[in-house]
Design a protein around this ligand. Sequence first.
Ligand code: PGA
Length: 252
Amino acid sequence: MRKKIVAGNWKMNTLPAEGVELAKGVVAMRGEVCDCVNFIVCPPFTHLAQVAEALKGSNVELGAQNCAAEAKGAYTGEVAASMIAALGCKYVILGHSERRQYYGETSETLNKKMEQVYANGLTPIYCVGENLDEREAGNHFAVCKQQIEEVVFNLTEEQFKNLVIAYEPVWAIGTGKTATAEQAQEIHAYIREVLASKFGAAAAECPILYGGSCKPSNAAEIFAKEDVDGGLIGGAALKAEDFIGIGKGFMA
Ligand code: PGA
């Protein structure tokens, strides 16, 4: 049985007090969804510690949105995986399309970040996905394959067992335009095949999340697909009710 996950990527939203309120709201409503669904919130670095405090004693987990490619030292403005781990984070989002697009993250950087994440006992949520031109040209399979081959294929079998993948078509992120459940299933199944070509049977255990304008009204249909194991949620993660409502998609 694969883990079911609903992870909230808050991006560059919320001030510390708002983040704490949001986290408390998620904790308060969490009981409306069965324990079989794992909820993770990923606030900005600035309030990870305060949100960790708000989550204490609950079964809502904490993640960060990024981490440095180096362990420590003279890297002004960077935040090390060890620092994130020390605050109680269990997960780190890596390779989000916004980081690839706006901050020039390449597979080379991501390989180094992966190393840091595992060295500090964290679980990466590794994002892949094509942009609109690539989708329209029919290159979405090749793009996802390459993003996986160049990074995930460098993991050991042991590391692979502790990996979450998020498929996020760039054209669906923050646009209100969601991939259809069929489109999601098609590419999730393909991603699993690619993973199996390297890691064999272990690929069947790897959670693959869908991300891109996921909301309470479309979660059930998408999550019903065999190879969709949950969602990485942006906009709808900023309201506790919507975030938990997405988790309810598993119970529909
Ligand atoms: P969205 O973002 O749900 O706002 O489309 C998803 C993401 O970028 O992780």
